[in-house]
Write a protein that binds this ligand. Structure first.
Ligand code: F6P
Length: 364
């Protein structure tokens, strides 16, 4: 019996369960394959006792439309940066990658499928270089991986953000107010840009284009006539003013690679008032609602395609590679290529041109 181990790391994304189910379904057709799952990314292997579950037909039945992940996930720790408490109470980290590889050998694991974003695929690549038979599946609701046209969860997030804009429009118009909707997007403004276009927002602020508060104010003024009117601003959590930094909520947590972003909507609201905005402003922070719940059909389809392809790559021994969607095909790319460049919104992005053509202001 051959064994493949599946895991997911980083933030969850709607569609993860559909990938897991597709891997198991495809493995069943191959015969002589057992699928195991590691709980909370690599932590399930590195913990004492290990936390590994068998993924058989029963375990994955009906999970394709469930949000989250049955394997749980984490964006902390990992084999190369395992957090340890020092004697003085501070935290440090140790490299447990050799330990991980030994444990996988002990478990007779023939191949690993790692579902994750940029950070997770960096770990996949480093483990591959150490000789592990590993395959990556891209996962990011921010759509910030350039080696694939799209990732599951992204369209669900856009749908949720757009429905939120729709709801804010009716109350904004009723009260003649400015509404600021803060959406996810650490370095890439794709969710904000898509939701702004789909929802008909007037202003869209993204990490890639630092904004000038006076230009944002002018765009608001253009929407009001004699104090009547309304304006919707969609702002990505990673957006920043031309003379400032990204807004953070807290320090880096132990084992985490990033500071927690958040609060840009509140900051923008205050800055607009300070700059002389005369209209009522309200802020809504969408937060993890964008990542939760049922994946839309598009994401379930893409996730199923990714899962089937990932297992077929195991059969073909295409290790050190990541599943990728390049319309109209599902292909594979090297992990090296997968982590080389982030997928950011650029000024010549087609959708950016559309947004400008619709008169959306980016505060630049
Ligand atoms: O990477 C996806 C993402 O949604 C980012 O946009 C956001 O900054 C981050 O996850 C938040 O993750 P968490 O709060 O789960 O650490």
């Amino acid at each position: 019996m051959n064994r493949v181990l599946v895991m997911n790391g980083g933030g969850d994304a709607p569609g993860l369960n559909a990938v897991i189910r597709a891997i198991v379904k495809r493995a069943q057709l191959a015969k002589n394959w057992q699928v195991l799952g590691s709980i909370q990314a690599f932590n399930g292997i590195l913990r004492e006792p290990m936390e590994i579950v068998e993924l058989d037909e029963k375990a994955v039945a009906g999970i394709h439309y469930r949000g989250g992940t049955i394997l749980e996930t984490t964006n902390k720790g990992g084999p190369f940066n395992w957090p340890v408490k020092n004697n003085d109470g501070t935290w440090g980290s140790v490299d447990r990658s050799d330990d991980l590889i030994n444990r996988l050998k002990y478990l007779n694991i023939d191949a690993v499928i790692n579902l994750g974003g940029d950070g997770s695929q960096r770990i996949s690549h480093a483990l591959y270089k150490k000789g592990l038979n590993i395959i990556g599946v891209p996962k990011t609701i921010d759509n910030d991986l350039s080696a694939t046209d799209s990732t599951f969860g992204f369209q669900t997030a856009i749908q949720i953000a757009t429905e939120s804009v729709d709801k804010l429009v009716t109350t904004a118009a009723s009260h003649n107010r400015v509404f600021i909707l803060e959406v996810m997007g650490r370095d890439a403004g794709w969710i904000a840009l898509n939701a702004a276009v789909a929802g008909g927002a007037e202003i869209c602020l993204i990490p890639e284009i630092p904004y000038d508060i006076n230009k944002v104010l002018s765009a608001i003024e253009a929407r009001f006539h004699k104090d009547r009117g309304f304006a919707i601003i969609v702002v990505a959590e990673g957006a920043r003013p031309i003379d400032g930094n990204q807004h953070t909520i807290s320090e880096i947590e132990v084992g985490s690679a990033h500071v927690r972003l958040g609060g840009v909507a509140g900051k923008l609201s205050q800055d607009l008032k300070d700059a002389g905005c005369r209209y009522g402003i309200r802020e809504t922070v969408l937060g993890h609602i964008q990542r939760g719940g049922v994946p839309i059909a598009y994401d379930r389809v893409l996730a199923s395609q990714f899962g089937v392809k990932a297992f077929e790559m195991v059969l073909e021994q295409k290790f050190g590679r990541m599943v990728s969607y390049r319309h109209p095909r599902i292909i594979d790319v090297s992990l090296e290529e997968a982590i080389a460049e982030p997928n950011l919104v650029t000024l010549d992005t087609a959708l950016m041109k559309t947004a400008r053509g619709l008169g959306i202001s980016f505060g630049d």
